[in-house]
Design a binder for this molecule. Structure first.
Ligand code: SF4
Length: 345
């Protein structure tokens, strides 16, 4: 049975299907959620599938294809109301989620061949290789306000430089780029710095745990190298206040067991040189099922609500990093708590 929207939430709707399509290496999607369907042609944006999705949101129904994300993670564009109540939305990229290529040098356990060609070599049958989505964004970039660039590892994709060139720094209100930290080429970093965007610029590095765990979960990762990359980016951006350094941690039902170790390792390994941060971003894993956070077992939940929660609640006012972790732990606990409640009802 279709699920109704939950009006007790502060943001009960998802605006993503009413904004702009997401671009992924294998096509186009209604949003950046890993669970959303990919289409080969951009025309999907106003075809029957999308009209149907929008109609359901407008009627306070969570579309079946959104349920996993809505119930177990967080809509990408949570909203208190639908921004544009129409089944047809003219094609635009004001809100651009861009994963242009699956070039990636790691093979993380929660990833897939459409995001990492290395993943396919390690876990798949090695046939996919690098795929690029060469959709021409040039006519649209003048109005792009929000841009989130991921991959693959987008810093390995030199075509991203041309996309940054095309942005209008008087229009962009939010810019973020996520990488795995194996490298951050000067050419791309200088491109971002020289663009002199007026908005916050988030440079996000993915780390899911301390060395032993992260190098196992994110196969190919070299922890010392990641911290070296981050520290070198900090060195080059330390005097630029609107460039923020963030660490994104994917909360799987395994990584949550390693957050204390990650906190302690970051304190030792990252030198912010007087710059605020790093800021922590909790990314909720809702697939594959065996790693999904909402499938945490009883033992993991006991640890999360007990030792893990206590560790950060005690320290939240001691270091800014502990406060960042506390908020992330709260988010992860909330996902597991809601899932337990749902299963008990
Ligand atoms: S609810 Fe989730 S899956 Fe549905 S459109 Fe929003 S972000 Fe995408």
């Amino acid at each position: 049975m279709a699920c109704k929207i939950d009006k007790s939430r502060p943001d009960p709707y998802c605006a993503a299907p009413f904004l702009s399509p997401a671009i992924t290496p294998d096509g186009f999607k209604m949003c950046s959620s890993p669970s959303s369907k990919s289409f080969p042609d951009i025309e999907f944006w106003n075809e029957e599938y999308m009209q149907n999705i929008r109609e359901q949101w407008m009627n306070d129904i969570v579309p079946t294809d959104c349920e996993d994300c809505y119930l177990n993670a967080r809509p990408v564009q949570g909203a208190s109301s639908i921004p544009n109540k129409s089944k047809i939305i003219p094609l635009n990229f004001q809100h651009l989620y861009l994963a242009r290529s699956n070039r990636c040098d790691l093979a993380c356990e929660m990833c897939s061949a459409t995001i990492s060609h290395t993943w396919d070599k390690v876990w798949g049958d090695g046939k996919v290789g690098i795929i690029d989505n060469d959709f021409d964004l040039t006519p649209y970039l003048w109005e792009t306000e929000n841009i989130a660039i991921s991959g693959g590892n987008p810093v390995l994709d030199s075509k991203i430089n041309d996309i940054i060139d095309g942005l209008d720094n008087n229009v962009v209100k939010r810019f973020l780029i996520t990488s795995n930290g194996s490298v951050f080429p000067d050419r791309m970093l200088n491109k971002i710095i020289d663009k002199e965007l007026k908005c916050d610029v988030l440079l996000i590095f993915s780390i899911d745990g301390p060395k032993a765990f992260n190098e196992k979960a994110r196969l190919g990762a070299k922890q010392e190298r990641i911290y070296k990359t981050i520290n070198s980016v900090i060195e080059k951006t330390k005097d630029i206040d609107n460039i923020k350094i963030c660490i994104e941690t994917t909360g799987t039902n395994e990584s949550v067991m390693h957050l204390i170790g990650l906190y302690e390792e970051i304190l030792e390994s990252i030198d912010m040189q007087g710059k605020d941060g790093p800021y922590m971003i909790g990314n909720i894993c809702c697939y594959p099922e065996d790693l999904a956070l909402h499938n945490a077992n009883e033992e993991t939940w006991k640890y999360m609500e007990g030792e893990l929660f206590r560790f950060f609640i005690k320290r939240q006012h001691i270091t800014p990093l502990a406060m960042q972790f506390f908020n992330m732990v709260n988010l992860f606990c909330n996902v597991v708590y809601k899932s337990i409640n749902r299963n008990n009802n």
